[in-house]
Design a protein around this ligand. Structure first.
Ligand SMILES: Cc1c2[nH]c(c1CCC(=O)O)Cc1[nH]c(c(CCC(=O)O)c1C)Cc1[nH]c(c(CCC(=O)O)c1C)Cc1[nH]c(c(C)c1CCC(=O)O)C2
Length: 341
């Protein structure tokens, strides 16, 4: 299926584009009243994610309502632990929660490597339905968590300010940590391959907890596993977003990926200097900028665009859009990028 709008794909590959493409991390299922209406028709997030027709519907909502240049499949990074044998719950106030966690090497026997097709068939089905319904309007982004970020949830059992249990594990049980990280990596590779086979046009790896590691541990316990994934996914462009990993930008430039996501703490010119000209950069407006007035959102967005100076760029926020942001301000951000020249 030929894409009618392939700006995202061309920008990722470093090809010429008429204008900078724009989408938002976490655009599906956070800010839109239309999402909440669908969400209220089911028991919760997990049922919604596991009902392919509904997942496809909320995936397409931002394309219809916000006019973004890409859709991202509605799911969560935590479907991988579940497919490996560690189910999660989504608790209303607390967020994700795992009744059981992984503590040592004996727990690895309870886990399996996900095949990504049968054990995550609901995501694969949602991708197929979404692709059909999009009919080539915009590319569809597939995604997975980076192995380190998934490891952190599997060890911790929930979100955490410090993730100190999972960080401790890297000191107290380094061999076990590598074994678990490799199992997650193998599962993720199977899963992303299945997403691409089902029609995902680009895949993004979210390393949301990259920034809590010291640089030496990041280079030992996170980047090599991301690198394995990038080396395998070769027929669609890949994006690596490692939140907080300012200290690893140089090494990330050596990944076999097309795009590197910047969070809003990373200087744009400085990042370009460190990473060099051969990667597309994605980002990186402070998500809090969208709390401003239309005039302020426009000014902040233009300032960001000025700093990227038309080099290989995909416009986005520096992390996911916050749930209480006014969709009208998201539209101002998108329109400002589109009108920028
Ligand atoms: C760390 C992480 C998670 N999930 C994700 C990350 C990486 C990105 C990041 O750093 O923000 C990724 C994710 N989660 C979700 C998507 C869908 C696609 C998109 O809109 O980008 C994506 C790409 C849906 C979701 N994932 C979740 C919801 C809300 C659940 C609900 O509707 O009840 C949605 C729509 C729940 C979730 N899932 C997670 C948390 C911490 C939470 C609770 C807080 C929150 O609401 O974001 C784990």
């Amino acid at each position: 299926m030929q894409l009618k709008n392939d700006l995202l794909i061309r920008a990722a590959k470093g090809e010429k584009v008429e204008r900078t493409p724009v989408w938002l991390m976490r655009q599906a299922g956070r800010i839109l009243p239309e999402y909440r209406a669908v969400r209220e028709s089911v028991s919760g997030f997990i049922e919604l994610a596991q009902t392919p027709e509904l997942a496809a519907e909320v995936t397409i909502q931002p394309v219809d309502i916000l006019d973004v240049d890409a859709a991202i499949i509605f799911s969560d990074i935590l479907v991988i632990p579940e497919a490996m044998g560690l189910p999660y719950e989504m608790q209303e106030k607390r967020g994700p929660w795992f009744p059981e966690t992984v503590k040592d090497v004996s727990d690895l026997k309870k886990l399996r490597i996900a095949d990504g097709v049968d054990d995550l068939s609901y995501v694969i089905e949602a991708i197929k339905i979404t692709k059909k319904a999009l009919n080539g309007r915009v590319p569809l982004i597939g995604f997975a968590g980076a192995p380190w970020t998934i490891f952190a949830y599997m060890v911790e059992g929930s979100g955490s300010k410090t993730f100190s249990k999972s960080r401790a594990m890297l000191y107290t049980q380094p061999e076990f940590s590598h074994q678990l990280l490799q199992m997650i990596t193998d599962s993720t590779i199977n899963y992303l391959k299945a997403q691409v086979a089902a029609g995902a046009n680009l895949v993004q790896i979210f390393d949301s907890w990259a920034g809590i590691l010291p640089p030496n541990h990041y280079l030992e316990f996170s980047l090599p596993y991301i690198s394995q994934i990038c080396d395998v996914i070769q027929n669609v462009p890949t994006t690596v977003f490692a939140k907080g990993a300012f200290f690893a930008r140089k090494e990330m430039a050596g990944l076999n990926c097309d795009t590197i996501g910047l969070d809003w703490n990373m200087g744009i010119a400085e990042s370009r200097d460190i990473i060099g000209p051969n990667k597309t950069l994605q980002g990186n407006l402070d998500p809090a900028a969208l709390y401003g007035s239309a005039k302020e959102v426009e000014a902040a967005t233009r300032l960001m665009m000025d700093q990227f100076k038309g080099t290989r760029h995909i416009a986005n926020l520096g992390h996911g859009v916050y749930p209480d942001i006014d969709p009208e301000m998201v539209k101002v951000f998108i329109e400002t990028v589109k009108n920028y020249s």
